[in-house]
Design a binder for this molecule. Structure first.
Ligand code: GCU
Length: 409
């Protein structure tokens, strides 16, 4: 069924529980891997675009890259650091600036790589005066930001969020981009690559226009293009997509829509990403709340479910299932009930039938694990003590999980 023929939200049946991910919209039961791959997976991708994220634009006709700066002796000689401008075309779209760090040792072959968006600019992740400070709008609460412009004072100030040294020492590369290079996170203005995305051909019925989370995910796909096509030092089979919170929402959407991503780690992603739309927790963010505070993250149709999420023809376990059979880890914190850690565990459990159908294993836990204990099965789960943040301890868990699922570098 083409997206434009999907029913109006108010005519969809009310289903208070998670819809069965292995039943098509018309009621047909999905019994085989082939049916999943050729029928249900494409249907779910279309449903998520139509009712929630808006259209995922096609890949651009042109992608080019230019190295802006390279240091072969970064991190005391332990890594190569590059900043690369990715330009998409045709036409004059603003570039996406990728910071790529690759370990020189601690690995045998090409390096597996973490790809993810950052909140504040590449300059905040490393102490290197040559790394670019974003020129576009940035969040007011980030270090070194005045009047929504980043400055030199922010250099290196988020080194403890990305913990690049630890990741490099474990043999992994990291490729990251400031999310505002793709779409600055403003409610009322669409800048960055948004005008270019709108120019790409494709079907986007009214109410299902590309929204910000999908735009960010599209930008991640362009970083994957660059890594796969250009970077010989990178293992194209071990691309791990990571992101924190709203950028974790973008990480799981990126992985759901692009099978070149081998593993996804949406960290504390919560509502609109990894937490149930049918929210049962009084402390967690709801669909109505997120659509009110951040209307630009999701498409117009999603707002029609504000007062009745039971009519959604999917829940977020469907998005998790789109990552199958690839490994998927949800990570949380005890003092972050807004992201609904319990609900996220239920989402993973509900995605399991699809993983099982594909012979990919599942979630090796019947109930939430103890705090600090990583469940490292194909569907993985972790909750630590503490608050909403991306910490060194979180990165250690990401690395342990990647080692287990993709093999040590
Ligand atoms: C807000 C928002 C969340 C989001 C978070 C973040 O709290 O409500 O949905 O995940 O910001 O990005 O830090």
């Amino acid at each position: 069924m083409s997206q434009s023929r999907f029913p109006e939200p108010e005519t969809l049946p009310s289903r208070p529980d998670f819809p069965d991910p292995l039943v098509m919209l018309d009621g047909t039961k999905v019994m085989t891997k082939e049916q999943w791959e050729t029928k249900r997976r494409p249907e779910l991708l279309a449903l998520f675009q139509h009712y929630m994220y808006g259209r995922m634009p096609p890949a651009p006709a042109e992608v080019r890259w230019t190295v802006l700066h390279q240091d072969d002796k970064a991190f005391g000689g332990k890594a190569t650091l590059k900043e690369v401008a990715i330009t998409v075309g045709p036409g004059a779209a603003p570039p996406i600036h990728v910071l790529l760090v690759v370990p020189r040792n601690a690995r045998k072959g090409p390096a597996p790589v973490f790809v993810g968006l950052n909140f504040c600019g590449n300059h905040a992740l490393v102490d290197d005066p040559k790394v670019r400070v974003p020129a576009s709008w940035v969040y007011p609460n980030q270090p070194g930001v005045t009047n929504n412009r980043a400055g030199d004072a922010g250099r290196g100030k988020q080194a403890d969020v990305w913990n690049l040294e630890q990741t490099l020492a474990r043999g992994y590369a990291v490729a990251t981009v400031y999310n505002g290079d793709i779409d600055p996170d403003r409610i009322d203005k669409r800048e960055g690559l948004r005008p270019f995305l709108a120019s790409l051909k494709g079907d986007a019925p009214a109410g299902a226009e590309t929204a910000t989370v999908a735009a960010w995910a599209w930008g991640i796909h362009r970083v994957v293009d660059f890594l796969v096509k250009q970077e010989k030092e990178i293992d194209a089979k071990r691309i791990i997509c990571v992101g924190h919170s709203r950028l974790g929402k973008a990480a799981i959407v990126a992985a759901a829509f692009d099978e070149r991503i081998a593993l996804a780690i949406p960290h504390q992603a919560g509502c609109g990403g990894t937490a149930p739309d049918r929210c049962k927790s009084a402390k967690a963010e709801t669909v109505k709340r997120i659509n009110t505070s951040f209307p630009h993250w999701f498409c117009g149709n999603f707002k029609k479910f504000n007062d009745d999420t039971s009519r959604l023809p999917f829940d977020q376990h469907g998005l998790a299932a789109l990552v199958a059979p690839r490994p998927l880890l949800f990570t949380n914190a005890v003092e972050d009930p807004w992201a609904n850690p319990e609900g996220q565990f239920e989402v993973l459990k509900a995605a399991e039938p699809v993983y099982k159908l594909l012979g990919a294993g599942g979630l090796d836990a019947a109930t939430m694990p103890d705090v600090g204990k990583l469940i490292d099965s194909r569907l993985g789960y972790f909750i630590r003590g503490g608050k909403h943040a991306m910490t060194r301890e979180d990165w250690k868990v990401f690395l342990d999980y990647a080692d287990k699922q993709l093999g040590k570098p």
